[in-house]
Design a protein around this ligand. Sequence first.
Ligand SMILES: [Zn+2]
Length: 444
Amino acid sequence: MFDLAIKSDRIITPEGEKSGIIIISEGIIIDIINSLDSGDERLIDVGEKVIMPGLIDPHVHINEPGRTEWEGFNTATKAALVGGLTTLVDMPLNSSPVTTTAKAFDEKLLAAKSKLHTNCGFWGGVIPGNENEIEPLVDKGVLGFKAFLTHSGIDEFPNVTEDDLRKAMPIIAKHNLPLLVHCELITNHKLKSTNDNRSYQNYLHSRPSKWEDDAIALMIRLCKQYNCHVHIVHLSSSNSFEQIVKAKQKGLPLTVETGQHYLYFNAEQIEDGQTQFKCAPPIREKENNDKLWQALKDGIIDFVATDHSPATPELKELKSGDFFKAWGGIASLQFALPVLWTAARKRNCSLNEITKWLCENPAKLIGRQKSKGKIANGYDADIIVWDEKRSFSVTEDIILHKNKITPYLNEKLFGVVEQTYLAGEKVFDSGKFLHLNKGKIILR
Ligand SMILES: [Zn+2]
């Protein structure tokens, strides 16, 4: 007995691309078979369109409750469905309150209620002095924790010191959860080389790779001491590969993500005043970014996550073009797949690599490696159908994020998501939402 069968010549499975029919029962993939009576009305044939697991993005700032003029559950999860993302994990900051207490987590869950169009989990936050909230947050079901080693941009979410981490990490390790860390440590105060705040070069040099490298060295030391899974978010500095490789070779529980924007753009192409490109750590030079690609292919970097972090046009300082005043964060959620694919196809990457970077490896970070991120028996039928040859231009009218500012505006991207399935239910088809509010809250 089954509910639905989806046929394609190009199913991306862990064993490679193959043709077949995915059999789904009660939201789960129960088999992949070769033939079925073509008259069966449960059968959907998508021909040569690619079938892949839905994307899992463990690094998204949804900003609700409290800063819903920046983004919100409704807009973010609709954009996600259109982009083929079936699971998001919300960061503990930019919302108000920040998710650093069990009480704040309750408020977060309440805010998300009946606004989830795709699945969503949550990270808790580690800030100075909240070590007594870590276990209550674990009990409530957060998937892990996030901390900053430099100012986060949000005053209610101050950065931690090594001493703070020494209090938090044994507790997080005890529960076998990951600690996600924004790795920039201000060890040299060079900051600005000129007073031109519109200059991208000036901004780039104000956040040197050494900040990242020093922070990562500290986190590797603490990862080893406490045997606590450390996940480095949005790695941008290629100078850190050596220490990361060494740590991984020693078997330390260390994982690394980078962001689409570090792989798609280069500093050389960013003009002065274009604050839509501002993020931290900054987008570095081509030479550095080419190395990020190699590290991704070599498995030094485990996966790619958007770090979708939108803000209002006023906060992005588009009028003044002041990189030092502008909010640091790039909005990109809806375009996670086509952005990565557009850059990856030029580098002869395979769809299996894309699946590893956007589905399979992020599933491991959130502890769902046995139920999400693969087209395989027993896995959740969170599935997308997409055309990797079709292209489109990013225009404001197609952007579903609450704010339309994005550095991808006017970019021509390859890869159009045609259908999105959540637990075997088709929720998005050819530009139309078929069912809303089908997203589930994912707790540990
Ligand atoms: Zn972030």
